[in-house]
Design a protein around this ligand. Structure first.
Ligand code: G3P
Ligand code: CA
Length: 317
């Protein structure tokens, strides 16, 4: 590298929010402690040091974005007891078959029985707008709005499926986040999807928001992760969100993604489901942050990731 290109690379690194301090991304909120995708889980994630907080998004029948991991409701709510006749032929209860008022009448609960007990306290499914207003409210009340704003990291769930149901997500999503001030390439938001086409479409609609393409360990992942595939992703995205398995399988993936000017934010780091070969979540987090060199990671336990980053030594920086 010539001295001028090295200087350019340094400037790029310093100017990019994607590749400087590694990020703590609260996966479904602080879902290790409170039911996933509830306002308390988002608030706890905020309080325990997340840089970004993740809502997964699906649409209701009346076109409202709600925070929910699945397009179905039964894994995390009492929909089957509340609306026993509203399942489809496959026995599933689809959020898109319910109006927001009906969704709001449901009790939400944690998905995993080993976590927050199902019969304790009461929770509801938040709208995306409620989630944004909570985070922006906390940014104001904590004073972070003047220093280090906590961002949002929304995932559009199954955009192709929503489109086939007559409810395309992209345009409505961009209009909503614009109303809350998320515009431009430096907005405190990452927009993520497992489908590349919606990310392309949002660029065509004029969005400059930071975008992340998610990848799971499926047959087509290797095409996307080839040199040509990464270059194609980099035309519309600032980074990739691979499963940990993909990184385990390809030790050079992070380096190759960085060479394509893509940040790497793997998922998901869990104290109660530590990856193979690691003694505990701290060992796993240290390995991914400091040895593998990821730019951020999704975790159900944002407090643990924050503590690992706060305790890093000079040689780990
Ligand atoms: O969006 C990153 C990660 O959350 C993807 O997995 O299934 O938890 O949405 P999932
Ligand atoms: Ca997600």
């Amino acid at each position: 590298m010539t001295s001028s290109s090295a200087f350019s690379a340094l400037l790029l690194l310093l100017a990019s929010p994607l590749m400087s301090n590694p990020l703590v991304i609260a996966h479904r909120g602080a879902s290790g402690y409170l039911p996933e995708h509830t306002l308390p889980a988002y608030a706890y994630a905020y309080a325990t040091g997340a840089d970004y907080i993740e809502p997964d998004l699906v649409l209701t029948r009346d076109g409202q974005f709600i925070c929910l991991h699945d397009i179905h409701l039964e894994a995390t709510t009492n929909v089957a007891e509340t609306f026993p006749d509203r399942g489809r032929e496959d026995g599933r209860y689809y959020a898109i078959d319910f109006d927001l008022a009906e969704i709001k009448s449901l009790q939400a609960h944690e998905r995993l029985p080993s976590r927050f007990p199902k019969a304790k306290s009461t929770f509801e499914i938040p709208t995306f707008e409620e989630m944004i207003e909570l985070i922006q409210g906390l940014n104001a009340s904590t004073g972070n709005v003047d220093t280090s704003v906590v961002g949002i990291y929304p995932e559009l769930k199954q955009p192709a499926w929503h489109r086939a149901q007559g409810q395309p997500m992209e345009k409505a999503f961009l209009a909503l986040v614009k109303r809350y001030g998320y515009t431009g390439s430096d907005a405190p938001i990452f927009v993520q999807a497992f489908e590349l086409e919606p990310l392309v479409h949002m660029r065509e609609l004029g969005s400059q928001l930071p975008q992340i393409f998610l990848l799971s360990d499926t047959a087509d992942a290797q095409d996307h992760l080839s040199t040509a595939g990464l270059a194609a992703i980099a035309k519309v995205a600032q980074g990739i969100g691979p499963s940990k398995t993909l990184i385990r399988k390809d030790k050079n993936l992070v380096q190759r993604a960085h060479a394509a000017n893509l940040a790497v934010h793997p998922y998901t780091f869990r104290a109660d489901a530590v990856g193979p070969g690691y003694e505990d979540i701290e060992a796993e987090l240290r390995s991914f942050y400091f040895d593998i060199g990821v730019d951020g990671l999704f975790t159900d336990f944002p407090d643990r990731a924050r503590a690992v980053l706060d305790a890093r030594t000079d040689s780990e920086r």
